[in-house]
Design a protein around this ligand. Structure first.
Ligand code: C2E
Ligand code: CA
Ligand code: CA
Length: 748
């Protein structure tokens, strides 16, 4: 049977369908365009739109939360009571009947609540108090699970719901469930992001994502650990992070990364840099190329701060235990070994002897046959020494052509003299170097140790002194320190007696040695070195009288006197010349030092930054905290600090970081590829020190440059300043004045 419809009725129906479609479109648009956070607002708005369009009394949503039903949204027609507050945590059993239908994705229509059968009494008892006469509910289903429902109530009169009304409720349920699905996915994503952020924030690796031009598009939060603000990285070239010298390496790496690495698509480099927030640092940079992940669109760079590891490595270089050339103990090992032996001797009440062996005229051999031959010869000398000593005795190369033998359980000097004879005999047969027969002799100094203090330094110095005596006496022989000691004591007494007078009468005056720019040889200043020509006891070298002055405490007035004189001289030079003055460790423990220095600076009206004070490593190390404090105090006067004789002390390179010094003076022994005795400095060490100093923002100054070859090498290694006979010996103030005048004329 067909249902006849008139034109007017059809028109109305079409209008209704059109209006319904429009409504659904509006509701869908609301949900699509809203943000996830606005879900509740969208549901309320949809209910309101629907309520205005349909003749229903309530529209609502329930959600299954913790196994019960919560009324989460509600819209009521005018005059209909809201029930949302009464409908929280409603047990599921109340409408278990509905859920059976929902599981089949069917809606539930209750035409007459009061007619609900007894097996649905619980349902009736909940619905009736709300005045509900009939209702329609449809499930909200996500992945075949019912997570809630939405529905219409009829309160004012029982009623049926048209197909259009059912359809609308169904459509709304679809829209709401898809919004919930989106919301859950978003939440999951947000949690994943937060977890990722938390992990990267505390990671030891600092990651960056960048394009082929090095522009940063993403950076992990952990950059802050390095003192780098993440926002500063974004949208910027990350090359700013590394010093200019390293740009080329890093660019090459980046280019290689963009083309794809050969292997594993990753590569690593180490870069030294200074980070704004945290000072000097070594960074290990690992590049990962991710061609299989086009959505990343670039190279991932992971940076790790390896400063501590690097410093430890540098320290190890300092402490290499074996001498590379001879395979004997190194100088560092010698000192440790000697002190250990002295401790053992102190414990057992025995004596330790040291033989200081120096090859005679080695420089001549080096010069006539070349360094390669010289090196081979030293290796053979080492072998012979090792063979000639008792097994178990320790033999070390002290440096250059100097060797040291430690003898334990010494009972008499005669025993050591016998060993010295044996060592000298071992050289009697010529040494064969590639068909060349070379005969060498050696001078040997012998000393025995004061095992109470157990210090390697003084014992080695005594043996060295004795060795020089053997040389002076005509070479190829040995000398005992005891004999030298007697002469020394006499001399020392003279110096001790004359010193106070010499200071009082101003007999000790500064001479000046030029300090130059290694590259150009341009003089930039001078170091003041104390000179004492005494009318009674003759010329006394600073090595003699400084030690005496330190022991007697006279170094405090003497040091200030030197500073006073040096500043007076510098005040007469053009402003651009600096003056360097040595500070004794003893002066560093003078509580009035900083005040006295400040007074002198004021008195001479000299720009403080023209003054460099030179302190030694060991003087600061002996009382580190106080030392550092004092250095800061001095520096706050505006003057600059130089670390003298660097490399001879035992401070670790890592300690350097804490010292507020501007200049690092690399000790002469490390500089000399030729120390007059054919010895060799260690270019590796020099390089390490220069590199490190640069990282710490210090200028390096090499002492004792005597040859053009040394100058070139140091310059290539990045050393900026130099001092030594190549540029000039210490001269009188008058001569220095002339020198700078000539210098200025040449420049003009
Ligand atoms: P220093 O501070 O390391 O001074 C450098 C020493 O190396 C000076 O020895 C200098 O004459 C010498 N020298 C410079 N260039 C060369 C070179 O190319 N080859 C060689 N073989 N030697 C070079 P000097 O003048 O005998 O002073 C010895 C030490 O006495 C100084 O070592 C310093 O520690 C101390 N001294 C000198 N004057 C003073 C002073 O006024 N106060 C204090 N506290 N110590 C001073
Ligand atoms: Ca010095
Ligand atoms: Ca020095």
């Amino acid at each position: 049977m067909t249902h006849e419809v008139g034109a007017g009725e059809l028109q109305t129906k079409l209008q209704l369908i059109e209006a319904t479609q429009l409504l659904v479109r509006q509701i869908v648009a609301d949900f699509v365009h809203s943000s996830v956070d606005d879900f509740d607002g969208c549901v309320d708005a949809a209910f309101a739109r629907l309520g205005a369009f349909l003749d229903v009394d309530r529209i609502y949503a329930f959600e299954v939360i913790n196994g019960a039903l919560d009324n989460t949204h509600e819209w009521c027609a005018g005059g209909v009571s809201p029930e949302i507050d009464n409908l929280q945590a409603v047990p599921l059993e109340v409408c278990s009947h509905w859920f059976t239908r929902f599981a089949l994705d069917e809606e539930v229509f209750v035409p007459d609540v009061s007619a609900l059968p007894d097996d649905r009494r619980a349902e009736r008892e909940v619905l009736e108090p709300q005045g509900i006469k009939s209702l329609l509910v449809v499930p909200l289903r996500v992945q075949s699970e019912t997570i809630g429902f939405i529905g219409f109530d009829a309160v004012r009169a029982a009623r049926e719901f048209s197909a259009i009304e059912v359809g609308l409720l169904r459509s709304l349920a679809d829209v709401i469930t898809s919004a919930i699905i989106r919301q859950r996915a978003d939440e999951q994503e947000r949690r994943a992001q937060a977890q990722l952020r938390a992990m990267t924030r505390y990671s030891a690796d600092h990651a960056l994502l960048m394009d082929a031009d090095g522009m940063v598009s993403a950076a992990s939060e952990s950059w802050s650990v390095l003192g780098v603000r993440r926002d500063d990285l974004l949208g910027r070239g990350w090359l700013d992070l590394v010093p200019v010298e390293s740009h080329e390496t890093v660019r090459a790496m980046l280019a290689a990364a963009s083309e794809g690495f050969d292997d594993h698509r990753r590569d690593t480099i180490d870069v030294a840099t200074v980070l704004e927030g945290s000072g000097p640092a070594w960074l290990e940079i690992v590049f990962h190329d991710l061609p299989d992940e086009p959505e990343i669109g670039g190279v991932v760079m992971c940076v790790r701060d390896v400063t501590n590891r690097k410093l430890a490595e540098q320290d190890r270089i300092l402490a290499v235990q074996t001498d590379a050339l001879t395979g004997l103990g190194s100088r560092a090992a010698l000192e440790a070994e000697l002190e250990a032996a002295m401790h053992r001797a102190a414990a057992s009440g025995s004596q330790v002897g040291v033989l200081f062996v120096d090859v005679d005229r080695f420089k001549l051999i080096n010069d006539s046959h070349g360094h390669a031959t010289g090196d081979l010869l030293l290796a053979k000398v080492g072998e012979r020494l090792q063979r000639a000593v008792r097994s178990g005795s320790f033999v070390a190369r002290f440096g250059g052509d100097e060797f040291v033998v430690i003898v334990e359980d010494v009972t008499s000097f005669a025993e050591l003299e016998a060993l010295a004879d044996r060592l000298q005999d071992s050289f009697r047969t010529p040494i064969d170097i590639g068909g060349l027969a070379i005969t060498v002799t050696a001078s040997i100094g012998i000393a025995t140790g004061d095992t109470v203090s157990a210090q390697a330094g003084p014992l080695l110095r005594d043996a060295d002194t004795a060795m020089y005596r053997a040389k002076d006496a005509g070479r190829d022989r040995y000398a005992l320190f005891d004999d030298c000691a007697r002469e020394e004591v006499v001399r020392r007494n003279e110096v001790m007696q004359r010193l106070p007078l010499a200071i009082e009468q101003g007999l000790i005056v500064p001479h000046l040695q030029s300090i130059v720019e290694i590259e150009t040889g341009r003089v930039v200043g001078a170091e003041a070195l104390a000179r004492w020509d005494d009318p009674v006891i003759g010329t006394v070298s600073p090595d003699e009288f400084i030690a005496v002055a330190e022991e007697t405490g006279l170094i405090v007035p003497l040091g200030l006197q030197m500073l006073d004189q040096a500043l007076a001289l510098a005040a007469g030079w053009p402003e651009r010349f600096t003056v360097s003055v040595n500070l004794s460790p003893v002066q560093l423990s003078d509580p009035d030092l900083a005040v006295a220095v400040a007074d002198l600076l004021r008195h001479h009206d000299i720009t403080p930054s023209r003054l460099y004070l030179e302190v030694t490593e060991s003087s600061v190390m002996s009382n580190l905290d106080r030392g550092i404090e004092l250095l800061h105090q001095l520096r706050s006067l505006g003057l600059l600090l130089a670390m003298d004789d660097f490399g001879t002390g035992f401070s670790s390179l890592s300690m350097l970081r804490r010292l507020p010094v501007d200049v690092l003076k690399i000790d002469r022994t490390f500089v000399s590829g030729d120390d007059g005795k054919g010895g060799k400095g260690d270019p590796r060490l020099v390089r390490a020190v220069i590199g490190l100093a640069q990282e710490f923002g210090m200028v390096t100054l090499a002492e004792g440059i005597e040859t053009e070859a040394q100058r070139k090498l140091l310059w290539r290694q990045g050393c900026k300043r130099g001092q030594g006979w190549l540029f000039g010996r210490p001269v009188t103030p008058e001569e220095f004045q002339r020198l700078i005048r000539r210098h200025d004329a040449a420049r003009a």
